[in-house]
Design a protein around this ligand. Structure first.
Ligand code: IPM
Ligand code: MN
Length: 353
């Protein structure tokens, strides 16, 4: 297959984990005879410094011309600590999501048996937990009308029926391919926008009689996720709730450095780790590249290249089993591997497979 990939490495640990993501993509291309070309583009703090815009027009064009975007992370403390900053790196990410129409963010929460002990939750609760959070990504408070004053400020949690309907359809499709259980997470006891979600979902559920639909308030869902994560199969929720719940979800796994995601919608799909730019880890060769590498697996799977995705997942599992792990998940006494060494081990595994 011919594939054009736009590479947006961004800030912090982004370039380091991206290097490994690209190396793995190339290894897969060699193995399966795909013709993959890469084009790098600026985004985030990096882009603000160079051209004054966190998602420059050139980058947008590169994304539009590509078949897929591989994205790492954006963010820089120099902006976090300055509430008066007019442009922020995160705006680049939001602009990308909006301009590419990426309304569906797919965030799988899977556990790795050999890392169960790293989870802050009890083994018997976590073992076998496997669900997907489908987060609406281009609506809600992130993009609703807002006003920012020094004494008053507000954000609007706006949703329209078509926006709710299209994300619910995506969620139902996923549920159909899995254990056929969809949980719609909202705050319908308080929020008007949530009542719209619930209303639309109740109208649609009849079209998917093979899927069990249930409804859960977000506060309850946050509790249930750590009390009984195996309850969930597919959950679908609005932008802000999804942002919060997926950070919580990553904890179940034991490290944020393990969770990939895919964002799909109207234009080029984007594949990215759910973790941030971790500026403290920058340049130290200690960041876990696995979330980025698993995002590459999701990229191949999106194009129905299942064997490619499978081989990457097998290589990742093998690296964990062989204790080739970055420091945050390494077992005591075992040698510590860096970002590059973990990436190289996985590339070698794929080459030899
Ligand atoms: C995420 C991130 C972003 C979000 C930030 C960096 C704007 O936390 O992808 O979850 O809030 O969506
Ligand atoms: Mn987040």
């Amino acid at each position: 297959m011919d594939l054009k990939i736009a590479v947006l490495a961004g800030d912090g640990i982004g370039p380091e984990i991206m290097e490994q993501g690209v190396a793995v993509t190339k290894a897969i291309a060699r193995k399966f005879n795909h013709n993959i070309t890469f084009k790098e583009a600026l985004c985030g703090a990096h882009a603000i410094d160079e051209v004054g815009d966190p998602f420059p027009e050139d980058t947008f064009q590169t994304c539009m011309e590509a078949d897929a975007v591989l994205f790492a992370s954006v963010g820089d403390p120099k902006f976090d600590n300055d509430p008066t900053a007019k442009v922020r790196p995160e705006q680049g990410l939001l602009a990308m999501r909006k301009k590419l129409g990426l309304f569906a963010n797919i965030r799988p929460v899977e556990t790795f048996d050999c890392l169960i002990h790293k989870s802050p939750l009890k083994d018997e609760l976590v073992r076998g937990a496997d669900f997907i959070c489908i987060r609406e990504l281009t609506g809600g408070m992130y993009f609703g009308q807002k006003q920012e004053g020094t004494d008053e400020a507000f954000d609007t949690n706006f949703y329209s029926r078509p926006e709710v309907e299209r994300i619910l359809r995506v969620a139902y499709q996923y549920a159909r391919q899995r254990r056929k259980h969809l949980t719609v997470v909202d705050k319908a006891n308080v929020l008007a926008s949530s009542r719209l979600w619930r209303h639309v979902a109740q109208e649609m559920m009849g079209e998917y009689p093979d899927v069990t639909t249930d409804f859960m308030y977000v506060d309850n869902a946050a509790m249930r996720m750590i009390q009984d994560p195996r309850f969930f199969d597919v959950m679908v929720t609005e932008n802000t709730f999804g942002d919060i719940l997926t950070d919580e979800g990553s904890c179940i796994t034991g490290s944020m450095g393990l969770l990939p995601s895919a964002s799909t919608g109207e234009h080029t799909p984007v594949f990215e780790p759910i973790h941030g730019s971790w500026p403290q880890g920058k340049g130290l060769n200690i960041a876990n590249p696995l979330a980025q590498i698993l995002s590459v697996a999701m990229l191949f799977e999106y194009f129905d290249l299942k064997e490619e995705g499978k081989l990457i997942r097998r290589a990742v599992n093998a690296s964990l089993d062989a204790n080739v792990r970055t420091p945050e998940i390494q077992v005591e006494g075992a040698p510590k591997y860096g970002t590059r060494e973990v990436g190289q081990w996985i590339v070698d595994y794929i080459d030899k497979a």
